[in-house]
Design a protein around this ligand. Sequence first.
Ligand code: NAD
Length: 398
Amino acid sequence: MRPCQSIAWVILSGRVSPGDTVIDLLADSSFERRYNSGSNMKCLVTGGAGFIGSALVRHILADTGASVINVDALTYAGNLESLQGADDTGRYVFAQVDICDFAALSSVFAEHQPDLVMHLAAESHVDRSIDGPGAFIQTNVVGTYNMLEAARSYWQGLEGDKKADFRFHHISTDEVYGDLHGTDDLFTETTSYEPSSPYSASKAGSDHLVRAWGRTFGLPIVVTNCSNNYGPYHFPEKLVPHIILNALHGKPLPVYGDGSQIRDWLYVEDHARALFKVVTEGKVGETYNIGGHNEKRNIEVVETICELLEELAPDNANSRASGKGFKDLIIFVKDRPGHDARYAIDASKIQRELGWTPLETFESGIRKTVQWYLDNPEWWQRVLSGDYKLDRIGGADE
Ligand code: NAD
């Protein structure tokens, strides 16, 4: 395609941001390659064996022509069984590497020569950050610093289009913004940071590092801050799978405080699509908030799961043995210290500039999720046969 044809295609396909000029488009020699369904693109994904990372890897392999180098230390949260079939694509490589190991990271860059980085590896569970914050500082802050330095050194050695097209995409959370006060406010990309937990503070620190590497060293970064995810392959310590699996085992369904905390829920496959869109089409240096337009109180989420289980698993032996309905298993437990009352995302920027919107409503996504856990007991039974036993953690002073 010649430049003028290429620009016409870009305009017709809606891939122009407000403010782009013809000069900008001509200057961006990467347009054709980067928008061609990602073919030939090598994506280095960190944390690809985790919940969101594995959804992203499955999306890239199934829906684009790009290949994946999955860098993951396989902590308790990493599970290669979430990536069955990836090897068969011929476009997937796994490297068991801790992002705190700078030398090993540098070798991965040198060996695989990625076109872009999508950095998801993190300690991600707020309750664990209350019990043991050290691992969160190490992986989320020091590990991100290592990623930035390894990526910078690699990127500085690149030339031509490969250097111009390189991206470092940092995947972060809406929890960095802290508690939303008032009922009408939403988090925007310019909301100031006010993290409440060791987890969100460590992610805030990593976000600042990434933006500083963009400003100071010119590393071509993009950042996304996303709301609460849910969906298949979610480690059972998080609210949605925890409730589904406790219910199926006839165990109490613990709800923090009075269950009134509000979160904006996003189906994980919608998040994966958003991430690939941002890394291939987002503007260097920009932040994009990603959210599901699905604000729900925690107690509503738990009750919805119970109602779906009544419908989809009416003969579940454990709940029948207790002689109770699933909702009767709900108990209210002492609130998590520092628990934020409400998070809600304004996702209008990514919608306006990149044309992304979630495909799932909360109702459709949560139904798919409950059905997935019912259909895939072998996945979660193997997780539960390890160290994790559906126990509550994170009380701090209990
Ligand atoms: P997860 O805990 O399910 O997965 C984390 C992955 O990172 C695991 O595979 C783990 O083995 C790997 N990992 C951890 N420490 C590592 C290290 N030192 N070196 C290499 N790999 C390491 O997390 P998730 O829920 O999939 O979250 C992924 C990212 O998305 C995180 O950065 C998180 O902050 C962010 N995020 C999560 C949510 C959410 O709702 N879960 C929402 C917004 C943003």
